[in-house]
Design a binder for this molecule. Structure first.
Ligand code: SF4
Ligand code: SF4
Length: 376
C-alpha cells in the first residue's frame, strides 16, 4: 500500500464550467491523480452528493480504471441524510459500488453524523448495515464522518465501539473553537482508541489564504530562520498531520498546482516544530479577530435551500470583506448567476438545520444583502 498520511478529497475538483459543479474537468483530474500516485500516495475520498453526484463516477474514470485496484485506498460515504427506510442503505451502497467501478471500499463512513442524523441512523440500523458490509468483506474499515460537539461524539462512540475510524474537522483555527471543538473531539476519539481521518485542515481555504497581517508574521518566521517560505496551506495540513493517531489528512484539491504543493511537503512529512506551533497560535489570534462567518464551504446548506441561495460563496465574500475591507462585485455577479439572491431568503431555516457549523445563516445573509444587494 502507498502512503496514506495524505488523502485526495474529491469534493472540489477542477471544473470546466465554474458555475456547474457537475462539469468536472476529467483530463485535469487525471493529471492530478498521476502526480498523486507517482509521489507514492493512494488515498482517494469521495461521497455520494459531491459535485452534484458526479464525484464517484469521475473517480471511476480518472482513477479506478487507470490504476490497479490493490494500489488504491478508496473511501466512500453512505448518504444518511437521504436514507428514509432500512432498505435504502443497500440501494445506495450498490449504486456507489457501481458508480465507483469497484467491488469493495477500503473505508466506508456514515456521512456527516451528528445528534440529529444519529436518531434515524439508529432507527434504520445504519451501524448494523455497515458492520455487515465489513463481515462480508465489502468494506474493510467502517466509521463515520462527524460534525457535532464532543459530548455527542462520546455518546456515539460509547454506543458503537465497533467502528474503526472517525473523520473529524481538525484545523488550527478550530482547535480551541466552541463550534467544531476540534481538540475535544480529537481527545474523545483518542480515548476510544480510534484512528482519525482529518477533514477541513485548511478550513475551506481560510488557512490557505491568510490576510496581510497574518501573512506578514508567517513570512517573517521563515525568513528569520533563513528558510524558504512555504505555502500557508502547508502549515495547516502539517498541523493536523502532526497529531498522534491521525491516520490521514484530507485536502479537497482543485488544481494541479495545489496538488503539487501539498504532495511536495507530505511526501517526506515533517511534524510541526515548537516554533511553528507558536506561529499557528499567533495566526489564529489574528484570524479570530477578522473572520465574520465560520463557514467551511461544505455546501450542505445549499442542498436544502428552496431558493437555491449561494450561501457559502456569499459568506466567502462576507469574510473577504471582513478581512480585507474590499468588495468584489465581479465575484458577486458570478456567484449569484443561476442562484437566488440573499434578499430572496424566505427565512425557512432549513439551511441552519443542515449546517454542521451551526451558523446563524439567516442573520448573516441579511448582512450580506445589505452589503451587496442594496446597491447592486
Ligand atoms: S432560511 Fe433562507 S437561505 Fe436558509 S434554506 Fe430557507 S430560504 Fe434558503
Ligand atoms: S453555511 Fe454551514 S452548511 Fe453552508 S457551506 Fe457554510 S458551513 Fe456549510
Amino acid at each position: 500500500m502507498g502512503n496514506i498520511k495524505f488523502g485526495f478529497g474529491t469534493m472540489r475538483l477542477p471544473r470546466l464550467d465554474p458555475e456547474d459543479p457537475q462539469s468536472i474537468d476529467i483530463e485535469q483530474y487525471k493529471k492530478m491523480a498521476d502526480v498523486f500516485m507517482d509521489r507514492g500516495f493512494c488515498y482517494f475520498d469521495t461521497a455520494y452528493p459531491y459535485h452534484g453526484e458526479r464525484s464517484e463516477e469521475a473517480l471511476k474514470e480518472a482513477v479506478v480504471r487507470r490504476f490497479p485496484r490493490e494500489k488504491l485506498v478508496i473511501a466512500d460515504k453512505m448518504p444518511i441524510l437521504r436514507v428514509k427506510a432500512t432498505e435504502d442503505y443497500q440501494k445506495y451502497f450498490d449504486t456507489q459500488l457501481k458508480r465507483c467501478g469497484v467491488d469493495y471500499f477500503d473505508i466506508y463512513l456514515l456521512h456527516n453524523l451528528g445528534r440529529d442524523r444519529y436518531i434515524n441512523t439508529q432507527k434504520y440500523g445504519g451501524f448494523e448495515f455497515i458492520s455487515r458490509l465489513k463481515e462480508k468483506g465489502l468494506v474493510k474499515n467502517i466509521g463515520f464522518s462527524f460534525h457535532d460537539d464532543a459530548d455527542t461524539l462520546e455518546y456515539i462512540l460509547s454506543e458503537h465501539p465497533e467502528v474503526d475510524v472517525v473523520q473529524l474537522q481538525i484545523n488550527y483555527l478550530d482547535w480551541e473553537g466552541a463550534v467544531a471543538q476540534s481538540k475535544r473531539c480529537y481527545n474523545v476519539a483518542m480515548s476510544h482508541g480510534k484512528s482519525v481521518i482529518v477533514m477541513e485542515p485548511v478550513k475551506g481555504g481560510t488557512l490557505a489564504e491568510l490576510p496581510p497581517k497574518a501573512m506578514e508574521i508567517f513570512k517573517e518566521y521563515y525568513k528569520d530562520k533563513g528558510q524558504s517560505i512555504p505555502s500557508p496551506a502547508s502549515l495547516a495540513v502539517r498541523y493536523a498531520a502532526s497529531l498522534e493517531g491521525v491516520q490521514t489528512v484530507l485536502s479537497g484539491m482543485s488544481s494541479l498546482a495545489q496538488l503539487e504543493d501539498n504532495t511536495s511537503y507530505m511526501v517526506d512529512f515533517k511534524p510541526l516544530t515548537e516554533g511553528e506551533k507558536i506561529l499557528t497560535d499567533r495566526i489564529t489570534e489574528i484570524l479570530k479577530s477578522t473572520i465574520k462567518v465560520p463557514c467551511t464551504g461544505c455546501r450542505y446548506c445549499l442542498e436544502v435551500c428552496p431558493k437555491n441561495i449561494n450561501i457559502p460563496d456569499y459568506f466567502g465574500l462576507l469574510n473577504l470583506h471582513a478581512v480585507t475591507g474590499k468588495k468584489s462585485n465581479m465575484y458577486y455577479e458570478r456567484f449569484s448567476m443561476a442562484h437566488g439572491k440573499a434578499k430572496e431568503c424566505i427565512g425557512c431555516g432549513a439551511c441552519e438545520y443542515n449546517c454542521p457549523q451551526h451558523i446563524e445563516i439567516r442573520e448573516f445573509l441579511e448582512d450580506f444583502a445589505k452589503l451587496y444587494e442594496e446597491e447592486v
